[in-house]
Ligand binder design. Structure first.
Ligand code: NAP
Length: 294
């Protein structure tokens, strides 16, 4: 069997077209969805993520508010900016780009965001609401994975899903979403991590394997059963002298070998990656819609 490739760029482009229409409709009612983007410091990777998010907002007609603060910004100054954004009716979503400089405590800063504007879905109120199955802003990368699966026609109900990785931003929320008693859940989920005794034994019985370990070749072809769906969240740089940059990006799964066994597989890049920003736009448009109806 040769797997069909799930084209994340294509799915993301379709969703962004849908969002563009929703933004145009909101504008006719006098509301332009607005995202406040806050970056502290000058980490090059964070700068490029923030620029990509602002460009994506612009492309679908949303407003983005660019707040780039110097690395020496104090936690009090950052909290004051968050408070200002919380109160600004033109801001429907607030995104604080992570990681923050070491002198700023992320655990104190993120809860300062108004849960109604927490479009990253990291606020404990939204995490709690998600866990108990109430309406919440869902964290972008795991929600993007679920959209990729659903829009590729994958049946989640009753599926055996094995997730490798238990971080707060990918593995844990994804597991929670997939076990919900809802049409975007109803799966039977196993979560593996570095203390799991025999990862291969778990992965071998999975209908859907989701790799989010941050390590190349964590999932090899021998571990995957014939016809499984394989979603690769990992993004890793490996040295490659043939590239001008000296490196290339790979995921966590042995893509070429697994492609011969799986039924569906996501590539890296071009799989989960394009969905993450799309789901951020999605959450911000939801927030603007709710603000209009309040
Ligand atoms: P993280 O915080 O480092 O967590 C990695 C998780 O994987 C941990 O739970 C760790 O277990 C587990 N793990 C690591 N090596 C393992 C191994 N050999 N076997 C089993 N489990 C292992 O990483 P993250 O933030 O979740 O990100 C994971 C990957 O996804 C990274 O490559 C990241 O760049 C990528 N990512 C991509 C997107 C996107 O938009 N495409 C978004 C977010 C993240 P322990 O808990 O036991 O340490």
């Amino acid at each position: 069997m040769t797997a069909k490739i799930i084209d994340g760029k294509q799915v993301a482009a379709e969703m962004r077209e849908e969002l563009k229409l929703q933004v145009a409709q909101l504008k006719t009612k006098g509301v332009t969805p607005g995202l406040a983007v806050i970056l502290v410091g000058d980490d090059p990777a964070s700068k490029s993520y923030v620029t990509a998010k602002e460009k994506a907002c612009e492309e679908i007609g949303m407003h983005s508010d660019d707040n780039r603060l110097p690395a020496e910004t104090t936690q009090a100054e950052l909290m004051a900016l968050i408070d200002k954004c919380n109160k600004d009716p033109k801001v429907h979503g607030i995104l604080v780009q992570l990681p923050l400089p070491k002198h700023i405590n992320e655990d104190e800063v993120l809860p300062a965001i108004d849960p109604a504007k927490d479009v990253d879905g990291f606020h404990p109120v939204n995490v709690g609401r998600m866990v108990v199955g109430q309406e919440a802003y869902l964290p972008c990368t795991p929600h993007g994975v679920i959209q990729l699966l659903l829009r590729s026609g994958v049946e989640l109900s009753g599926a055996e899903v094995v997730i490798v990785g238990r971080s707060n931003i990918v593995g844990k929320p994804l597991a929670n979403m997939l076990i919900q008693k809802s049409k975007t859940g109803n799966a039977t989920v196993t979560v593996c991590h570095t203390r799991t005794k025999d990862i291969a034994a778990h992965v071998q019985r999975a209908d859907i394997v989701i790799a989010a370990a941050g390590r190349p070749n964590t999932i090899t072809a021998e571990m995957v059963k014939d016809g499984a769906v394989v979603i690769d969240v990992g993004v890793n740089r490996v040295e490659d002298a043939s590239k001008k940059s000296g490196y290339r990006l790979v995921g966590d799964v042995d893509f070429e070998a697994i492609k011969q066994k799986a039924s569906l597989i996501t590539p890296v890049p071009g799989g989960v990656g394009p969905m993450t920003i799309t789901m951020l736009l999605y959450n911000t448009v939801q927030s603007a819609t709710k603000a209009l109806n309040r």
